[in-house]
Design a protein around this ligand. Structure first.
Ligand SMILES: CC(C)(COP(=O)(O)OP(=O)(O)OC[C@H]1O[C@@H](n2cnc3c(N)ncnc32)[C@H](O)[C@@H]1OP(=O)(O)O)[C@@H](O)C(=O)NCCC(=O)NCCS
Length: 142
């Protein structure tokens, strides 16, 4: 398919929130505590310049959130507008967030793929990601 021309990859702004949240729902991301605006602003404060949106003709068509915990980089909420998937937007978002993490000195990027979302593993492998051989455990504090 033809690449989808993007106008820009830029940083998330608070006024993008409702649009971005609706995109996440359309793309099938499971929204959880941590996806409300106050939590996302806390995320941005700790990880400046790493929550990115892709724009096409003024419309937000993709997102990615990068984080730097001081040892590893992490990627969350990579999502592309369903009607524009398969046109290189996910690859471009990943390249941009990886470049920004590398510029901060991060040596390795990790990410989680939700169980049941096996389809996306092929995408990440295509981009050079390999299974980490570890299981993720988590606990909500609120
Ligand atoms: C995963 C997602 C972000 C990928 O974005 P995208 O814009 O559709 O992907 P791209 O078009 O940039 O694909 C990049 C490359 O991966 C390949 N690819 C895409 N999906 C693939 C798959 N399931 N298996 C193997 N390769 C795949 C493409 O062919 C392309 O290859 P090339 O650039 O070498 O020709 C998008 O499909 C999406 O939003 N999915 C729903 C939300 C989601 O699951 N997010 C991930 C949460 S962990």
């Amino acid at each position: 398919m033809e690449p989808a021309p993007l106008s820009a990859i830029r940083e998330f702004r608070p006024e993008d929130y409702e649009t971005v949240r609706a995109l996440w729902v359309r793309a099938g991301l499971a929204l959880r505590p941590g996806d409300d605006l106050p939590d996302l602003l806390r995320f941005v404060e700790r990880n400046p310049g790493l929550f990115l949106v892709a724009e096409r003709d003024g419309e937000i068509v993709g997102t990615v959130m990068g984080a730097d915990d001081g040892r590893r980089g992490w990627v969350y909420h990579l999502a592309v507008e369903p009607r524009l998937q398969g046109r290189g937007i996910g690859r471009r978002l990943m390249a941009e967030v990886e470049a920004r993490l590398a510029a901060r000195g991060v040596p390795k990027v990790n990410l989680h793929v939700a169980e049941g979302n096996e389809r996306v593993v092929g995408f990440y492998r295509r981009l050079g990601y390999e299974p980490g051989g570890a299981r993720m455990l988590g606990k909500y504090l609120r």
